[in-house]
Each structure stands twice: as structure tokens, then as C-alpha cells.
Ligand binder design. Structure first.
Ligand code: NDP
Ligand code: DXP
Ligand code: MN
Length: 381
């Protein structure tokens, strides 16, 4: 029996993680749940999964939740409580599925406490990859990828010598605007941007997918997860999201992982690794699909991917700035304050203003993250 903490339980990944738990009650038990403000959904999760403790973002949410739940559960709020939930209790596994670099500190707390990590929150590795990987090594903790591309690569690498890997390729759907020219991106609405062709995900990652920032974050995530130089990390457009990613080996062999776009597959793999469990989900039918398509990545069409590679290669504090500027810009777009194309302008301007630091510690990372957000908020159009 594995005892789980889910950070971000009310989100897209959180609820799908609970669906996996629902399918295997004999294997997984919920120790604690953490969420932001969606107390209605959290109350339902408490009723069904009986966690010992739950944490929400602030006092108002905690008060609301206390009035909504009938069964005994410890309800607390704020950062300290979040870190305690990530590290405390009898849990052995923490699913890191909050959105944004706010997930960094609780993920580090879980690592320090020796919990196995299932990582959906890619911003954690992008923001502080050098710190997270050093802490994983020092604490002897395993981190299993949940992000679909990284889970695919992880699966393709099983039993393979790292020295035989020539390159890894992350596939990209192209996002909500993949059939539009840059000219046609002027004036697109939030609603249009949130209409992902293949995946149903939270708002922030769906916008990231449309700007190709998501793939950029994933390139940096792959660099840290697989200790792979950027020259060996490639991106290919694959509109169907059936091949979740693939590895090319020295002997020219290619191993890919395929499946319908269903995040419960990589989530369950991360929870059950190294075993594979049955999952009540639709089967892939290649004959019914008939064909799969691929297209070279166009870096001029998607400048955010170019900026992500540049930030990743520069290293140090640059990926922190890339991520934080994007988070603030996406929030502004979702609030209706800026145009879609302003997201990339903001990232570019904030990156240009930054004085890079080579090996920032955690305090410096948090300050740089906050600085980049302030700069991104201040860009006017
Ligand atoms: N969705 C997907 O298919 C995939 C997602 N990912 C990554 O997984 C992560 C989560 O994505 P997704 O599930 O789509 O996002 P969602 O927006 O659907 O969910 C985010 C979760 O984080 C919680 N949260 C937000 N702010 C706070 C806070 N201040 N304190 C505590 N909890 C907070 C939300 O709580 P509440 O809603 O209650 O406020 C919610 O539970 C992201 O890093 C994303 O990039 C990676 C691959 C695929
Ligand atoms: C499901 C998942 O892992 C997402 O990160 C997904 O990859 C988004 O799709 P694209 O970024 O390929 O549009
Ligand atoms: Mn992904």
C-alpha cells in the first residue's frame, strides 16, 4: 500500500491522479491533499478519499472548507502548512501537481523528507533544476516524471545504457493555434487559446501549449530529468499526440511510446513504477487512425521555444526568469489585460533586462522569480 500526498488535488492532474487511486484502492491510500481555492471539489475529495489532512491557499478557503466537510480532517492553510503536508505524516509518495513555480518549495520539502516524487509540476525543474537534482541525489530520492513526454522517454529508456542514446525527441501537438500564421494570431481570444486540440488541461498549461512555451519548459525539464545536453533534445510537431515522445539510439533504432492522449496513463505509470497496472481506459486503435503526421518545428513561428532553448543553454538564473516572466504574462493574458502575442514580447523584454547569475541558491532563485514577475507585470503596451 502506497500512502500518497497530492499537491494540487483539485486540478486536472490532481483529479486524474485520484481517478487512478479510485481504480486501485487496494494499492493507494490518500494521506493528505493540498489545493488552492476550489473548496467545493476538495470537500467532495475529502468525502471520498478520507485524507488525514488537507491544506488550502488561505484562511478564507480554510473557513469555507471547514463549513463544507462533515468528517474529521485536519484543515490548515498557507505556505507553512503546505510544506508540512508535503513532508509530514506517514506518506511515502508525493504527487507534485500544483501549477507554477509555487510548487518548488513543497516539492523540495518532500524530497528532504525522503518521499518518492511523481512530478507533473515542470516549473519546479525549470526554476531550480540544479538545486532539485542536487537535493534528489543527496537525499537518495527517486523522481518519476508524470508529464506525458517525459514519461514516454522514461519508458523508452528502461534497460538501455545512457551512452547508447543519440537523441531524445519531444513531440508537440502545435497547440490551439497550430494552423494559424503569426499574422492570424493578432486579436485571438482567451477562449480560442484555451481550446487545445487533444488534451483537456488547466488554463495555464493550455496557453503555454499555444505559445510553445510548454515545449520549451519541457526541453529544460528533460535536460534535468535525463541529464541530457540541449544538443540532444529535439522537438517535432505531431498533431495527433499519439506518439508521446521517442528516443533515437546509436544503432539508429528508434523506440517510441504511444497511446491515446490520456494523462491517467503516465500518472499511473509513475505511481506503480516499475509495475504496470491495468487501467480502465480506451485502447489505441492504429488501424482506425490510419495515419500519423509529423512536421519540422518552425522556430520563427514559435519564438518562445527559441527563447527557452537559449535560456536553458545559458543556464544559471535564465530559466528561472523565462518561467516566471511567462507565468506572469499568461496570468495577464487570462485576465484579459494583454494580447496573446504580448506574452512572448514580455518574456523577451524581461530576459533582456536580467543580469544572469551562474549558480543561484534557493533564496536567490525566489528573489529572481519575484523580480521577473514584477518586471512582467510592469511591461505596458
Ligand atoms: N493537465 C495536464 O494534462 C498536464 C499538466 N502538467 C503540469 O502539471 C501541473 C498542474 O497542471 P494542471 O493540473 O493542468 O493545472 P490546474 O490549473 O488544473 O490545477 C492546478 C492545481 O494547483 C492548485 N493551486 C493553484 N494555486 C495554488 C496555491 N497557491 N496553493 C495551493 N494549491 C494551488 C489548484 O488549486 P485550486 O484549483 O483549488 O485553486 C489546482 O489544484 C502544471 O505544472 C502543468 O504544467 C504536465 C503535463 C500535463
Ligand atoms: C499532456 C501533456 O503532457 C502536456 O504537456 C501536453 O504535452 C501539451 O500538449 P502540447 O504542448 O504538445 O500541445
Ligand atoms: Mn507534456
Amino acid at each position: 500500500m502506497s500512502r500518497l500526498v497530492i499537491l494540487g488535488s483539485t486540478g486536472s492532474i490532481g483529479t486524474q491522479t485520484l481517478d487512478v487511486v479510485r481504480q486501485h484502492p487496494e494499492l493507494f491510500q490518500i494521506e493528505a491533499l493540498a489545493a488552492g481555492h476550489n473548496t467545493e471539489r476538495l470537500a467532495e475529495q475529502i468525502e471520498e478519499f478520507c485524507p488525514k489532512r488537507v491544506v488550502v491557499a488561505d484562511k478564507a478557503a480554510a473557513d469555507r472548507l471547514r463549513s463544507e466537510v462533515r468528517q474529521p480532517v485536519q484543515v490548515s492553510y498557507g505556505e507553512e502548512a503546505l510544506l508540512e503536508a508535503a513532508a509530514g505524516g506517514d506518506a511515502d509518495y508525493v504527487v507534485s501537481a500544483m501549477v507554477g513555480s509555487i510548487g518548488l518549495k513543497p516539492t523540495l520539502a518532500a524530497i528532504e523528507a525522503g518521499r518518492t516524487i511523481g512530478l507533473a509540476n515542470k516549473e519546479t525543474l525549470v526554476t531550480a533544476g540544479h538545486i532539485v537534482t542536487e537535493r534528489l541525489r543527496a537525499c537518495g530520492v527517486t523522481m518519476l516524471p508524470i508529464d506525458s513526454e517525459h514519461s514516454a522517454i522514461y519508458q523508452c529508456l528502461q534497460g538501455e545504457a545512457r551512452s547508447s542514446v543519440a537523441a531524445i525527441t519531444l513531440t508537440a501537438s502545435g497547440g490551439s493555434f497550430r494552423d494559424r500564421t503569426r499574422d492570424e494570431l493578432k486579436g485571438v481570444t482567451v477562449e480560442e487559446a484555451l481550446n487545445h486540440p487533444n488534451w483537456s488541461m488547466g488554463a495555464k498549461i493550455t496557453i503555454d501549449s499555444a505559445t510553445m512555451v510548454n515545449k520549451g519548459l519541457e526541453v529544460i525539464e528533460a535536460h534535468w530529468l535525463f541529464q541530457m545536453p540541449y544538443e540532444q533534445i529535439k522537438v517535432l510537431i505531431h498533431p495527433e499526440s499519439i506518439i508521446h515522445s521517442f528516443v533515437q539510439f546509436a544503432d539508429t533504432s528508434v523506440i517510441a511510446q504511444l497511446g491515446l492522449p490520456d494523462m491517467r496513463v503516465p500518472i499511473q505509470y509513475a505511481l506503480s513504477y516499475p509495475d504496470r497496472l491495468p487501467l480502465a481506459a480506451e485502447q489505441l486503435d492504429l488501424a482506425a487512425l490510419g495515419k500519423l503526421q509529423f512536421k519540422e518545428m518552425d522556430f520563427a513561428r514559435f519564438p518562445c521555444l527559441r527563447m527557452a532553448y537559449e535560456s536553458g543553454r545559458a543556464g544559471g538564473s535564465m530559466p528561472t526568469v523565462f518561467n516566471a516572466a511567462n507565468e506572469a504574462a499568461v496570468a495577464r493574458f487570462l485576465r484579459g489585460e494583454i494580447e496573446f502575442l504580448h506574452i512572448e514580447t514580455i518574456i523577451e523584454q524581461v530576459l533582456a533586462k536580467h543580469q544572469p547569475q551562474a549558480e543561484p541558491g534557493l533564496e536567490a532563485i525566489l528573489e529572481i522569480d519575484a523580480w521577473a514577475r514584477r518586471q512582467a507585470e510592469a511591461v505596458s503596451f
